[in-house]
Design a protein around this ligand. Structure first.
Ligand code: NAD
Length: 475
């Protein structure tokens, strides 16, 4: 753990194991923090808050620019750590590290653009001034699926705004958090400004981040169930909160779309990170006229994906994070097949060629998916492409919106009017139009409905870490 500028063991002296999901080998152990460690971290962040907020935006920006450079220099090391700890193929891990670094650079720039306002006042002897000030200590809780970029997407804007941070990373991926902290520390972030509590049990740490009055803001990325609990606590303690939660993205292939082009996009985006992404397409709505060419192309690409240890060359799909994730995916596939879905490829745990040591599920395409199936309703978080056939373009937006989630949606069409109508009508925070990667540090990321509150990245991302203060001056 890193608290008050020191690398430390847990006060209890306990440590927990970190395993490689591709091999089930223990690759390291890390400090197992608890309440006392969290309190020490909150104390350190609180003590450092005024000093950090008092630095000029230019100084904070300079440190973040240095952190960007260092993260890019250490890309290979960070990517290897990520592949071993989280499982994604090395190539994808490198892309994530660059994406993570991009948030540091973007918010290094945004740090210098936090300006206030002078407003017209109703009285002649009155002046109004609006300041934007750092909220103070931020409690951050992050997931394992993007174990570096989810940190910088929160810490970049928090540090740029002048906030201090206590971070609790996911228990599956503490090593990526430790390496990210080393980058920030070596870039010159002062002691106390960023604090790291690793823990096998998230609950005591999470409870204190919610309840301690010195923490003024919570930022969370993870499941909707946990986010809902944290939001209830934040409400109780009147704390600001931003939440990036689950998704259930529709991927619509309209009648007029090029089905082969759409299938290429579907194959590329669905199997990224073995489907363990909140913006992963979970329901592919394909017009019946496009169904055969779409599924033929999709299956021909999916069967060529090689699963394996992400450190090896040519691997397209890594393992799922753990047995629980694998069981959930398998249950959704079995449920769909029992209710009449057709298995076009995959559909089983992979046990051959040494893959039985890890948690691998074969890249799968299901067709004939219907509304009564679990996969139609629940986020999968695995390498399953679920194809739903529809016959009327007028109905499909309603079908896509028929979910409590609202993070990402994808649309394939060659008709501009169709694209615009879909963009406006889809109740999701992010819509990719013939585009499978509608994300970047410069763009606002976030959802509506059960997918969360607030935005990360873009010019909006820093607002989550700033309070607005009005000054009324009688002169
Ligand atoms: P999770 O909610 O179980 O865990 C996320 C984090 O919350 C981890 O750090 C975990 O330790 C912590 N946590 C768990 N229980 C807690 C508690 N009671 N109190 C405090 N902290 C607690 O989710 P996960 O399985 O790690 O991540 C997958 C989920 O995250 C998916 O639903 C996915 O869609 C979502 N996700 C969303 C985004 C986004 O930007 N919207 C990005 C990545 C992942």
């Amino acid at each position: 753990m890193y608290i008050s500028g020191q690398w430390r063991e847990a006060i209890s002296g306990k440590r927990f194991e970190v395993t490689n999901p591709a091999t089930s080998e223990v690759i390291d152990t890390v400090a197992d923090g608890g309440e006392a460690d969290t309190l020490a971290a909150i104390h350190a962040a609180d003590a450092a808050a005024a000093g950090w907020a008092g630095r000029t935006a230019f100084e904070r920006s300079e440190i973040l620019h240095k952190a960007y450079d260092l993260m890019v220099q250490r890309k290979e090391h960070l990517a290897r750590t990520m592949t071993m700890e989280q499982g994604k193929p090395l190539r994808a891990a490198r892309i994530e590290v660059q994406y993570a670094a991009d948030f540091l650079r973007w918010f290094a720039e945004e740090a210098k653009r936090v300006s206030g306002q002078v407003l017209p006042a109703p009285r002649q002897d009155q002046r109004f001034l609006v300041l934007r000030q750092p909220v103070g200590v931020v409690g951050a809780i992050t997931p394992w699926n993007y174990p570096v970029s989810m940190l910088t997407r929160k810490m970049g804007p928090a540090l740029a705004a002048g906030c201090t941070v206590v971070l609790k990373p996911a228990e599956a991926t503490p090593l990526c958090a430790i390496e990210t902290y080393k980058v920030l520390i070596d870039a010159g972030v002062p002691p106390g400004v960023i604090n790291l509590v690793t823990a096998a049990d998230p609950q005591p740490v999470g409870r204190l981040l919610v309840e301690d009055p010195r923490v003024r803001k919570l930022t969370f990325t993870g499941s909707t169930a946990v986010g809902r609990r944290l939001a209830a606590g934040a409400g109780q303690h009147m704390k600001r909160i931003s939440l990036e939660l689950g998704g259930h993205a529709p991927f619509i292939v309209f009648k007029d779309a090029d089905p082969v082009h759409a299938a290429k996009g579907a194959a590329a985006v669905k199997f990224l990170n073995a489907g363990q992404a909140c913006i992963s397409p979970n329901r592919m709505f394909v017009h019946q006229d496009a169904h055969a060419p779409f599924t033929d192309e999709l299956v021909s690409r999916v069967i060529r994906l090689r699963a394996g240890n992400g450190l090896a060359d040519g691997i397209g799909v890594g393992p799922l994070i753990d047995e629980r994730a694998l069981a959930k995916v398998d249950a959704q596939v079995k449920d769909a097949l029992s209710k009449g879905a057709q298995l076009l490829c995959g559909g089983h745990r992979m046990m051959d060629n040494g893959l039985d040591a890890g948690t691998f599920y074969s890249p799968t395409v299901l067709s004939g998916v219907t509304t009564d199936m679990l996969i139609y309703r629940e986020e999968t978080f695995g390498p399953i492409a679920a194809v739903v056939t529809y016959d009327d373009d007028d109905d499909v937006i309603g079908m896509a919106n028929d979910t409590n989630y609202g993070l990402a949606a994808y649309v394939y069409t060659n008709n501009t009017a169709q694209a615009m109508r879909a963009f406006e009508a889809l109740k999701f925070g992010i819509v990719g139009i013939n585009d499978i990667n509608p994300t970047a540090a410069a763009a606002p990321f976030g959802g509506v409905k059960d997918s969360g509150l607030g935005r990360e990245g873009g010019s909006q991302g820093i607002d989550e870490y700033l309070d607005v203060k009005l000054g009324g001056f009688a002169i």
